[in-house]
Design a protein around this ligand. Structure first.
Ligand SMILES: Nc1ncnc2c1ncn2[C@@H]1O[C@H](COP(=O)(O)OP(=O)(O)OP(=O)(O)O)[C@@H](O)[C@H]1O
Ligand SMILES: [Mg+2]
Length: 347
């Protein structure tokens, strides 16, 4: 956090000198008036009354001066800040306080105002994120729910032949799978973000974890006639095997999903500079630079033709896990040629 420099609103040296000059001037005026009155009359009572009046006038002048100073230098900025905090507390995060001075002449009030402006902007941002998240979740839930509703209705038809019934039942199952994956992924992401999942660190052979992840997709790979190439050398890492499973399952799932029938996928594990390097390459549809820059955003799906097969939460989960484990992830891709995701994990 950077410390902001500002002028403290206590009396500066110049202010103190000005104050004492003012007091000296007032005393001088009082002495002059006293001498003038003494020369003018011998009446002691009159002198006392006139001096009292003079003191009253002088002190009134000081009070008015101080009142105006406070009004301009303290009350005005405080009331502006109060107004703004009331609006922010009422949920109006677009509120901003006008800053009175330039950076080099900042007062404490300017710093408070600037900090409150930053706070309002941050609250506004998280409000937008929350609303986007809710609308994304609702949108993602709508499609499978509509499918489940429609196909459940259709299945209730007693006239249905066996083949159509099986087809409808399969569609129902895949919609409910998608719904349950959506909820599992949201809960996982939420737990990771709130640090409720603590990585259980152990020493294990990363090639075993990768082999298990690949096996998960074996039937899908066969079904699509994809050629699979694996180069897994034994690399032992001290990390969380269950969290890394999330990473590699998602990367392999994407490689399978975005590679057309008859394509090629390669999974490699090697060791360099005391780090484990895993690459998952595919000869699939690839992605443009614009898509590549957004793939780690929640619910982002660049390739709309596959949007029914997922929710856009896989890579955000991968990124979160990599951040927690202190690793790195990068991607190179070319439209129509394929993509390579590279994960680096410290051993
Ligand atoms: N191997 C890949 N080839 C081409 N595009 C990819 C690849 N991996 C990811 N993408 C792009 O990145 C987007 C985000 O990926 P992500 O894994 O987060 O979501 P998803 O796979 O669409 O859905 P989910 O992972 O929730 O099933 C994808 O929709 C796709 O556009
Ligand atoms: Mg995915």
């Amino acid at each position: 956090m950077t410390t902001k420099t500002y002028k403290k609103s206590k009396l500066t040296l110049f202010g103190m000198i000005a104050f004492f000059v003012l007091v000296a001037m007032l005393m001088q005026v009082a002495i002059l008036v006293y001498e003038y009155i003494c020369g003018w009359t011998d009446d002691k009572l009159l002198i006392a009354v006139l001096i009292l009046i003079l003191i009253f006038i002088l002190s009134s002048f000081c009070v008015i001066f101080d009142y105006l100073r406070r009004k301009i230098m303290v009350d005005r900025p405080v009331s502006k800040i109060l107004d703004a905090t009331e609006k922010i507390a009422a949920g109006n995060f677009d509120t901003r306080i006008e800053i009175e001075h330039t950076h080099d002449r900042y007062t404490e009030f300017d710093v408070i105002a600037e900090n409150l402006n930053i706070l309002a902007a941050e609250l506004g941002k998280s409000e937008v994120l929350k609303n986007d998240f809710i609308s994304n979740v609702s949108h993602e839930m709508k499609t499978p729910l509509a499918i489940i509703g429609n196909y459940a209705n259709a299945l209730a038809d007693p006239e249905l032949d066996e083949e159509t019934r099986e087809k409808y039942a399969a569609t129902l199952m895949s919609a409910s799978d998608r719904l349950s994956r959506l909820i599992t992924d949201i809960l996982r992401l939420n737990k990771l973000q709130n640090q409720e999942i603590k990585p259980e660190i152990s020493n294990f052979n990363l090639s075993d974890t990768l082999a298990e992840c690949i096996l998960e997709f074996e039937s899908k790979i066969e079904e699509k006639g994809i050629e699979l190439e694996c180069e897994l050398s034994d690399v032992f890492v001290s990390s969380s095997s269950s969290l890394l499973e999330i990473v590699f399952s998602n990367l392999i799932s994407n490689a399978v999903k975005f590679t057309e029938t008859g394509g090629r996928i390669s999974v490699k594990l090697a060791e360099a500079d005391g780090r484990a390097i895993v690459s998952v390459s595919d000869s699939g549809c690839g992605m443009s630079r614009e898509v590549g820059m957004r793939i780690f955003e929640k619910f982002y799906q660049g390739d709309t033709s596959h949007s029914r097969e997922g929710n856009g939460l896989g890579l955000p989960l991968v990124k979160k896990v990599i951040d927690i484990l202190g690793g790195e992830i990068s991607v190179t891709s070319e439209v129509g040629k394929g993509s390579t995701f590279t994960v680096v994990i410290k051993k």
